[in-house]
Design a protein around this ligand. Structure first.
Ligand SMILES: Nc1ncnc2c1ncn2[C@@H]1O[C@H](COP(=O)(O)OP(=O)(O)OP(=O)(O)O)[C@@H](O)[C@H]1O
Length: 661
């Protein structure tokens, strides 16, 4: 072997080697990513020179091969790329590579040890973190080029010799340091390739097998991808997870390059929105699992890939957050996500509604956190409603109708086209402005809502029976969201169905009540007094009203909106479940026959002299019972309450059967 040159690499930072060797990267493993990236670049460059006609050799079957020699303690990375001439080795390795390493280290030191997102682009040099000797064996594609062999033991001294190599391309061989021998394990190398190089666009071969996926769907045009392709990638990146609801393909070249696919997963109530799940890539090379600094906070629940060469990766994470390009990229991503949702709302409402349970939480979260996003999505915010849209004939809609077929008198069943705004169970979804407009004449700027369909069923029914439309605001984010909506629409007030009864539910045209000359009280006043005495709960405010609907219960517990919200907020701050407030309203429905009977019963008892008569006792017991039943519609009983309730129920029934005999 002829020594072509022996020399000293010119570097300005004296201590570059110890820094590289020691601890520039906490993760020494990234050296492999750097070497494979260089190999991929070399193959891409060859393709380019072939395209310009500068090279007419065979460029088919490009590949990168990784080989381990345990005895020699070497790891090598070979490519079928462009190769290097002796002059290029001197220029690119001795000068460019070393000076770019120098530059990198200066930048790195300037960050004051703060975490850097990718430790990206140190390049060829990073081999010295794990190797005591690095060799380059290379043959350039250029006509008449001679193969060369470069050796360096990590000191600034290098040796350049001629080589017996006959195939175009480059082999980098590392003789590993004694404490870096883990890189002689096939499984370790496979794992590193899976992590960093899985989507690099060239097959990587080890022991005769391709060990990377080598296609990155996000770099393809969306037109070339099927639904299955998108789902495939998701399953690959997030195995054993439920299928995503929808996805957004990012694809822009100007004013910055961003490619990627973001998926909306099904959200769980316990989702940690501060922990990102989006993977950051740079030119198909994996950089990080965390890109909180790049993605707007509200997009954190999304999953998938963002690939951009315009995100600076060698600055500290905090500098990244304030970087202008990064901010612009974040805005772009948010806008694309909003556009995708709007498109779905416009083009496939049924699908939008199907995904709403999860996507809705996300949209609400986004609206709360990002003003621009809020503006983008405010028109597509929907709410499940009790509203039933009339059919053309004005009747309630039925999913199926019978029609007579044209060729005879056979009746057949055909499905009517379902309303665009209903889900599979026929439940209707509306926007807030549609709600307000529809109900303007009956209750302008007031929105009735419920937070728990089962617990508030009585109240919902009461509203429905009077034709009042109720919205379901029952996701975990809705407490905040209601306040947010009220700030946004200052004229609109949200009232939970159990907070206050709307005037429309109360009988106003009833005749004036007669005052009983014996007691000097109206019947309503007597009923109120009866309940007050029987319950003896000063913090429960007893109110009497005559309710309109026939199906209304004898009594209801109401929790005034402002008070309940305060209670909810306190519970939220203390991170505990809200206790049922002791201060509440018991609304007694004087129109109900049970209350009428109760009044008669207690009146009968007043006639009796002194002590408490059996009728008075019974009336008292029934008052308790009516109250308990009303409470039950609001909350479950605790053990003590349940015991009392069962005991009293038995007691009341016994008394009633005694009376009936
Ligand atoms: N496998 C290879 N085949 C051909 N040329 C190579 C190879 N590896 C490195 N080089 C040459 O050496 C130069 C320096 O490599 P190095 O990895 O240090 O930096 P880089 O690839 O230019 O940039 P980066 O810092 O992003 O990796 C490259 O620009 C390239 O010209």
């Amino acid at each position: 072997m002829t020594v072509l040159e022996q020399g000293t690499i010119t570097i300005h930072t004296e201590n570059i080697f110890p820094i590289i060797k020691k601890s520039l990267y906490t993760d020494h493993e990234v050296f492999l990513r750097e070497l494979v990236s260089n190999a991929v670049d070399a193959i891409a460059k060859l393709k380019m020179v072939a395209r310009t006609g500068e090279y007419s050799g065979d460029i088919s079957n490009p590949q990168i091969t990784i080989a381990i020699d345990k005895d020699a303690k070497t790891l090598s990375v070979s490519d079928t790329g462009i190769g290097l001439t002796a002059d290029e080795v001197k220029k690119y390795i001795n000068q460019v590579a070393f000076s770019s390493a120098e530059e990198f280290i200066q930048k790195y030191q300037a960050t004051d040890g703060e975490a850097i997102i990718g430790h990206f682009g140190l390049g060829f040099y990073s081999s010295f973190m794990v190797a005591k000797q690095v060799e380059i064996d290379t043959l350039s594609y250029k006509e008449g080029a001679e193969a060369v062999h470069w050796t360096c033991d990590g000191s600034p001294e290098f040796k350049l010799e001629d080589s017996a190599r006959t195939t175009r391309g480059t082999t980098i061989t590392l003789t590993l340091m004694d404490d870096e021998l883990e890189y002689l394990e096939t499984s370790r190398i496979q794992q590193l390739i899976k992590t960093y190089c899985d989507f690099m666009p060239v097959p990587i071969i080890m022991d005769g097998e391709t060990i990377n996926r080598h296609t990155a769907p996000w770099r393809e045009s969306p037109n070339n991808l099927t639904k299955e392709d998108y789902l495939d990638l998701y399953r690959y990146l997030y195995p054993f997870q439920e299928e995503p609801l929808l996805w957004v393909h990012l694809n822009t070249d100007y004013p910055f390059i961003v490619n990627g696919i973001l998926y909306f997963p099904k959200l769980r109530p316990d989702v940690d929105v501060t922990q990102g799940n989006i993977k950051l890539f740079c030119n198909q090379v994996f950089v990080s699992d965390h890109c909180e600094e790049i993605i707007p906070k509200f997009l954190m629940p999304l999953r998938g890939v963002i690939d951009s060469t315009d995100i600076p990766l060698n600055i500290s994470r905090s500098a990244l957050q304030t970087n202008r390009t990064v901010r612009k990229i974040a805005d772009y991503i948010a806008k694309k996500v909003g556009d995708r949702l709007k498109e779905l709302y416009r083009d496939n409402r049924q699908e939008y509604i199907r995904c709403w349970q999860d996507v809705g939480t996300f949209i609400k979260f986004g609206s709360l956190n990002d003003d621009k996003f809020k503006k983008q999505v405010e028109e597509i915010l929907i709410f499940r409603s009790t509203y039933k849209p009339p059919t053309e004939s004005g009747e309630a809609q039925t999913p199926e109708v019978q029609v007579q077929s044209e060729d005879g008198d056979v009746w057949e069943e055909v499905k009517t086209e379902k309303s665009l705004s209903t889900d599979e169970q026929g439940r209707y979804y509306t926007t807030l402005s549609e709600y307000l407009e529809r109900n303007q004449s009956r209750h302008e700027n007031r929105v009735f809502y419920c937070t728990d369909e089962a617990a508030q069923a009585t109240y919902i029914e009461l509203h429905k029976s009077q034709g009042l439309e109720v919205l379901f605001l029952d996701s975990f984010i809705d407490t905040h969201f209601i306040s947010f909506l009220e700030r946004e629409h200052s004229e609109v007030k949200f009232l939970r169905v159990d907070s206050e009864l709307d005037e429309t539910l109360i009988e106003k045209d009833k005749p004036a009540e007669i005052v009983d000359p014996k007691t000097n009280k109206t019947r309503s006043e007597q009923i109120k007094e009866l309940f007050e005495k029987s319950l003896n709960k000063p913090r429960v405010n007893i109110r009497t009203e005559s309710l309109k609907s026939e199906d209304t219960p004898p009594a209801m517990v109401l929790l005034p909106e402002a008070m309940r919200r305060l209670q909810d907020m306190t519970a939220l701050l203390q991170q505990q479940k809200a206790d049922f407030p002791e201060d509440h309203i018991l609304l007694v429905n004087t129109a109900h026959p049970l209350i009428q009977n109760l009044a008669n019963l207690s009146q009968g008892s007043i006639i009796q002299e002194g002590g408490s008569s059996p009728s008075e006792e019974l009336a008292k017991m029934i008052c308790h019972h009516v109250y308990d039943l009303a409470l039950m519609a609001q909350k479950g009983f605790d053990a003590e309450g349940m015991k009392d309730f069962v005991e009293r129920s038995n007691h009341v029934l016994t008394r009633l059967t005694e009376r009936a005999m």
